[in-house]
Every structure is written in C-alpha cells, then in structure tokens.
Design a protein around this ligand. Sequence first.
Ligand SMILES: Nc1ncnc2c1ncn2[C@@H]1O[C@H](COP(=O)(O)OP(=O)(O)OP(=O)(O)O)[C@@H](O)[C@H]1O
Length: 393
Amino acid sequence: MSVAVDFRNVDIVFGENQKAALAMLDAGADRADILEKTGQVLGAAGANLTVEEGEISVLMGLSGSGKSTLLRAVNRLNVVTRGQVLVKDGDRMVDIVSCDEATLRHMRQKNVAMVFQQFALLPWRTVAENVGFGLELAGVPDAERKERVARQLKLVNLDQWANKYAHELSGGMQQRVGLARAFATEAPILLMDEPFSALDPLIRTKLQDELLQLQKSLKKTIVFVSHDLEEALKIGNRITIMEGGRIVQSGPPEDIVLKPANAYVRDFIANVNPLSVLTAWNVMRDRRDLESAGEGWLWLDRRRTTRFKIDSDGLVAAAERDGKPAVWVSCDDVESLPDDAPHVFWARPGTSLKTVMLAMHRSQTSPVALFDEQSRFVGAIGIRDVLSAVLRR
Ligand SMILES: Nc1ncnc2c1ncn2[C@@H]1O[C@H](COP(=O)(O)OP(=O)(O)OP(=O)(O)O)[C@@H](O)[C@H]1O
C-alpha cells in the first residue's frame, strides 16, 4: 500500500502573532495558555498521521478539537504554520504547505476534492451545472464535461434530477449532488467535512451505506471528519481521535474500542456497542497460549470442558467435550443444528463477535474454536474473553 496523505509534525495557529504562539507551544503550553497570553488560537499541534491510499480515515473529536482544521490543511484551505502535509500526485508526493500556487491549483483540480457539511451548492445553477462546476473552472471541454456529469449523477442515482435546482431537492439528495460534484473531478483523494451531519438520522445512515457501497468500486482515499463515534466506527478503516488540537489516539476501530488511550477516548466509547465492531480475532486467545492437555491435546478453555487433539499440520484430529468425543461445527450453522450430539463450534478470525456469542449461547457457554482459511486451528474464545471484551476490562 502506498501513502496518499502524510501529516508530519503539523502545527496550525490562527492569528497574526504565530511566532509567540509557537514559542509557547514549544515550551509546553496548551491551547488555553496560548490563547490567554498571545490571543492566538491553536488549531492543531504536533499532528502526525499517515493516510494510506484507498482507506477511509476518520478524524473524530468534540467540537473545537481541531478535526476540520487538520482536514482543511490537506488542500491548504487552512495554512499550516509549521510542518509538512505531503499529498500524493501520481508517483510523487507534494508538500502542500510549501508548494507554489500553480502546483496548489493542480493539486486541487486533479488530486483533492472536498465535500462540505452544508452541501455548498449554488442555488442559481441546476443539479447538473453544480456537479460540473469544478470541471468548468478547470476548463474541461463541454462534451467531456457533460459526459462526466451524467456518469456521476447516475452513480448517485440522481440522473432524473439533472435539470432541477438545489432547493427542489431534499437534504439527502443535495448531499448526493455534493458527492457527485466531488467524484466528477476524478480526484483520488476526497476530503469530507461532516458531510452527513446536517441530515436526519435515517437519511444519514442511508448515505453512509451508499458511500461504503460506492467506495467498494471507487476505492478513493477519504479523509472524513465526524463527531459521531458510531459513524466513525461504521465507515472508518482508521480512526484518529483529537482533543484540544492534538491527536490523542489513532488506530483501527477495534483498537479504539478495546484499548482507549485515555479518559477522553474512554468517554467517547462508553456508549458504543462493542458487538458492532469486534470480531473473533479481537478477543481470541492464541493457540500458543492455551493449556496443554498432554499427547498433542490442548484445552480450549480454562474450565477444561473442551479439548482438541491437533495434528502436525495444525489441523484438528479429534475433539472432546465433557470427556466425550465431539464433532466440530461452523458457527454459521448455529441456527440449524440439532441439540443432541456433543459439538464444538468454530469460526473464522473475521467472524463477528455477535455470531460467536450466539454459538456460545447455543452450547451452554462452551468455548468457540478459530480456524484459518486452511482449516488450521489458530486459537479459542472462552466466555471470559467475550465478557472482558464486552465489558472492556
Ligand atoms: N479560520 C479560523 N480562524 C481562527 N480560529 C479558527 C479558524 N478555524 C478554526 N479555528 C479555531 O480552531 C479550533 C479548532 O477548530 P475546528 O473547526 O478544527 O474544530 P472541529 O474539531 O472541526 O470542531 P467542529 O466539530 O465544531 O467543527 C477552534 O478553537 C476554532 O475556533
């Protein structure tokens, strides 16, 4: 994978007296101190973040934490006071902070498009004219522009609405126009600043689903600002949590939920249902950490109800539950299984924790085994592993 955007030690100060603010920052002052002594607002400080090509990287945090500030540094809508923001342009990286105006224009036209919270449509233009606006500015010839606009409108299911005006459309549709306008530029990097937060919850969920669906084929690099953790967990491959202008944690969604870095992150995740994020892989105990039961047998659980005999290829040769031979059955068959024969459920590492729990429920809390794609035994999940993950203890 290659890097699409790389923030390197980024500080952003709003105001005229940036030198004084930076000096205080270097001496360890925080945002409140700097504001009080210099009147300057610290937008972002010491930000380091790598956004991989093709991923959705979500910036999260409370209002004022600096998410938009950082996002807007990617196309220099915000000027970076110190540091670098490297953005991919074909096979080179351009430092947006220091590049000249012509390069900046090129980057904005070819590489980085933006979708705004309030849609930012021009009311006197039709839907099609709004979608084609950026292309018009970039001097794309009429015929090509029309073709690209029509293609994007079809993509977001608005081809019937091409000749309507923005005010004739619902909020959700207007934001689809916003998306189509960004897609029309064919820029590989999309900046999305709370694009769905002005929409009511149902439409919002629908547009999140549509974005994820589109992303499967478009494979854009998306930097997405949100203050809603449920949204971040749903759409983000990576979540970066900001507080007071600083990044306090950055990682895959399950890390944020399982290993919150501080009390601020813990507060965010307090009401999140971990079942919506976690997979079997996140909670399993590796086979190397399981207790041996002698002669090639391994206990799957601490209570010693269930054990496997593993052969030299890592495959399961025999299973026992409560001292009786058992068969091993996929979690996917949990609903159809007859209750009589002793069995041990197995799952893949990517199986949702919810499915694993259903299997445990059906088998009187006995452990669930994990097999890789080659059917090798990789680990096990006991009821305690599940409880620790759900209770985050
Ligand atoms: N152009 C600007 N001039 C001065 N201060 C600014 C400017 N833009 C942002 N700020 C300040 O920088 C800080 C971070 O703002 P930012 O908009 O990045 O926060 P945010 O996390 O995106 O919050 P929100 O969810 O409310 O948009 C705030 O204190 C804000 O007032």
